[in-house]
Design a protein around this ligand. Structure first.
Ligand code: KIV
Length: 272
């Protein structure tokens, strides 16, 4: 008897563009390790982002700034090994592309070559145009990221909603159009008014993925540790928690500790 292999259609930039054209929403989550990436991929996620939020949720830093290119590559390699269907995007970390397009190109190439990822993501608009152009010229797909850009936290001073004022909203729209024009395949919009998120999405042909950018974008992204409730103290309005894994895991571990202390684990069936 022959066993039919599961037919898997990989997500590509073309598939993502077709989804936007058809009005089919795009699902995206972060992933940083093999085990979680495997679950998310099997669950049917369209895009996995190896986000520099690994700096916060995996390494415990206060900001995304400390994570290095080598550390991002390590996370990306782990994710890529797990994935059969999703499109995998990797963040270029702080300091690996700003102000130096040759460095940007080399960073992007290192990520693509050493991890096998499918695309990179950079934060910013006109100010990083040259870096984006150089990376695109090497045939590497680029995802933009506008609005709240956490790598610039010390410039903003806070993680509050961006582009509430007309001038900043106008600049964001122009940056989004520029990124589309020079060849980015998609853009993330973070923490901006919903009306602006919808306007940008309707103004562009490429997919726009929102995080705290309302329901009018072409897709949504969340940090997986936040939506599963593994993190506890981060509670922005845009976050929907689908589980409370912090308490579930804590309860299970308390149970295990108690079983070990009481000599209830292992039992007769759990030993040789
Ligand atoms: O690093 C990250 O998790 C991100 C998302 C917030 C989009 O960039």
């Amino acid at each position: 008897m022959s066993v039919a292999k599961r037919e898997i259609k990989r997500i590509t930039t073309h598939v993502l563009h077709a989804m936007k054209e058809k009005g089919e929403k795009i699902s995206m989550l972060t992933a940083y390790d093999f085990s979680m990436a495997r679950i998310l991929d099997e669950a049917g996620i369209d895009i996995l982002l190896v986000g520099d939020s690994a700096s916060n949720v995996m390494a415990g830093h206060e900001t995304t700034l400390p994570i290095t290119l080598e550390q991002m590559i390590y996370h990306a390699q782990s994710v890529i090994r797990a994935v059969e269907r999703a499109f995998v995007v990797v963040d270029l970390p702080f300091g690996s592309y700003q102000g130096n397009s040759t460095k940007a190109l080399n960073s992007a190439i290192a990520i693509m070559k050493e991890s096998g990822a499918h695309a990179v993501k950079l934060e910013g608009g006109a100010e990083i145009e040259e870096s984006v152009r150089r990376i695109l010229s090497a045939g590497v797909p680029v995802m933009g990221h506008l609005g709240l850009t956490p790598q610039s936290i010390y410039k903003f001073g806070t993680y509050s909603v961006r582009a509430k004022e007309e001038a900043e909203a106008q600049k964001l729209l122009e940056d989004a159009k520029l990124l589309e024009e020079i060849g980015c395949f998609a853009i993330v919009l973070e923490k901006i008014p919903a009306t602006l998120g919808r306007k940008v999405s309707e103004s562009l042909h490429i997919p726009v993925i929102g995080i705290g950018a309302g329901n009018g974008t072409d897709g949504q992204v969340l940090v997986v540790h936040d939506m599963l409730g593994i993190t506890k103290d981060f509670n922005p309005r845009f976050l929907r928690r689908y589980l409370n894994l912090y308490d579930t895991i804590k309860g299970a571990v308390e149970h295990y500790v108690s079983d070990v202390k009481l000599g209830n684990f292992p039992n007769d069936e759990e030993q040789y």
